[in-house]
Design a protein around this ligand. Structure first.
Ligand code: SF4
Ligand code: SF4
Length: 141
């Protein structure tokens, strides 16, 4: 997802370093989804109707509204979770390439964040299991 403000502009990393790994399928408010259906770029296998939102299942790790050149096609009305990405403290919500002030992360800082991300993801998937039993990488390169 390319951000357009000067503080948090990730376009210098996309697509040569990051292929928008943060843009997996997300629930979209029903009215926003219906108004933008014509902009869906990636095929939707199923539309799950959940509590006033549509979850467009693409059967892949990418959102239907992500273009082939890694732009959000509904950028101005993208969901809150997309707007908050990069700004929340949870390791699941931080960009590995830059911090919330738009500062490029060092390699070591990025490695640390990737580790925290995987630990937090593993915990979400199966809180009972150890990191080793769960462990896998979600980062797309
Ligand atoms: S992970 Fe970071 S660099 Fe990559 S698309 Fe998301 S915000 Fe941009
Ligand atoms: S709505 Fe836009 S910003 Fe959010 S995941 Fe989809 S492509 Fe990315």
């Amino acid at each position: 997802m390319k951000k357009n403000n000067t503080k948090f502009d990730c376009s210098k990393f996309v697509p040569h370093e990051c292929k928008c790994w943060c843009c997996g399928p997300v629930p979209v408010k029903k009215e926003v989804y219906e108004a933008n259906k014509h902009l869906r770029f990636r095929p939707v296998l199923k539309e799950l109707d959940i509590d006033g939102h549509i979850f467009p299942d693409t059967g892949s790790t990418y959102c239907t509204f992500l273009s082939d050149d890694y732009h959000c096609l509904i950028y101005d009305s993208r969901p809150d979770i997309c707007q908050q990405f990069g700004f929340l403290d949870s390791p699941l919500m931080q960009c590995p390439y830059m911090d919330k002030h738009g500062k490029t992360r060092s390699k070591s800082n990025r490695k640390q964040l990737e580790k925290s991300f995987q630990d937090a993801l593993n915990h979400e998937i199966n809180p009972e299991k150890s990191e080793d039993e769960n462990g896998f990488s979600n980062f797309k390169s």
